[in-house]
Design a binder for this molecule. Structure first.
Ligand SMILES: [Zn+2]
Ligand SMILES: [Zn+2]
Length: 305
């Protein structure tokens, strides 16, 4: 399973030199199975970059992918109008997400591209498209076994546990930690996962000073849940628009003092989960950093460092 971060930011894109190292595009992650099937998690502005890469891979079309939406806030949908593979009738995309209080899932995406807001209708994007409204539950999509659970976020949000063979990834962004102790929903969803990608939008100080009820969590909440669920690596995600690279370094350092097995997502980062060929058949996580570095970890459960 190969996981690539195309956008790691929450709220709004953050261009500019001060945010360049961690990246300025909003939420979008691609998950590719070893057999090449593609699952896309959210369609924030990072989706544009993924689209450009897919065009290089298949300029004539023939692409097929599922786009799974946690929810439909701007930072999770604004890449769609700029996703060039959607303009090729030989490509096929399956859109899956929640209905909102007022609109079906499909209608919500159509409204984003209504003429008051954007010059090109979703209907005009000529790829074969299907729309599927999701609720909590489990389903199979190609090689991906997916479990969806409701998270705690204004307007609703879904978290996903995604399993391919032995490899397991949990995507739980845009969720506020409101319980004392570990969150039973997250612990259940993420139990013994290889990777937990979790909403760490605020620092603990910011959260306590006026962000309660805004629908996001902190690195302290993330570590609490990751440890209770016994996940192997924690990835901090959905970085606040006002956290520049200096602030992100400080957040990652602070989290590391409590948990050695966590790191902050960076735009362009690639995580490769692979079975090692030794006698134990241990799983290994190779992390390719956008700056060109490479880390290799034998996966073990998140623990105090
Ligand atoms: Zn968001
Ligand atoms: Zn949101």
């Amino acid at each position: 399973m190969k996981v690539r971060f195309w956008g790691v930011r929450g709220g709004v894109p953050t261009p500019g030199a001060g945010h360049a190292r961690f990246g300025g595009n909003t939420s979008c992650i691609s998950v590719e199975s070893d057999s090449g099937e593609l699952l896309i998690l959210d369609a924030g502005t990072g989706l544009r970059l993924l689209g450009n890469q897919l065009l290089q891979r298949a300029p004539q079309g023939g692409l097929e992918a599922t786009i799974l939406f946690s929810h439909l806030h701007w930072d999770h949908i604004q890449g769609i109008p700029f996703f060039k593979p959607l303009f090729n009738p030989r490509n096929t995309f399956r859109f899956m997400g929640q209905d909102t209080k007022d609109l079906t899932f499909q209608r919500s995406l159509e409204v984003q591209q209504a003429s008051s807001f954007f010059p090109v209708d979703l209907e005009y994007m000529s790829a074969r498209k299907s729309f599927h409204s999701l609720t909590e539950g489990t389903f199979q999509q190609g090689p991906f076994s997916i479990q969806a659970r409701r998270l705690n976020h204004p307007g609703g949000c879904l978290g996903f546990r995604i399993q391919v063979g032995e490899a397991c990834l949990v995507y739980a962004t845009d969720t506020e930690h409101i319980v004392e102790g570990p969150d039973p929903v997250i612990v259940d969803l993420a139990r013994h996962a290889d990777l937990l990608i979790f909403d760490t939008n605020y620092t603990p100080e910011e959260y306590r000073q006026g962000r309660v009820g805004w629908g996001h969590s902190t690195w302290e909440h993330a570590i609490l849940n990751a440890r209770a669920a016994g996940v192997r690596r924690l990835v901090m995600f959905h970085h606040d628009q006002d956290h520049d690279d200096v602030a992100m370094d400080a957040i990652e350092r602070a989290a590391h003092q409590h948990c050695g097995n966590c790191f902050a997502a960076r735009e362009g980062m690639v995580l490769q989960l692979q079975e090692r060929k030794d006698a134990e058949g241990a799983r290994e996580l190779e992390i390719l950093l956008p700056e060109g570095g490479r880390l290799s970890h034998n996966l073990s459960a998140v623990s105090a460092s």
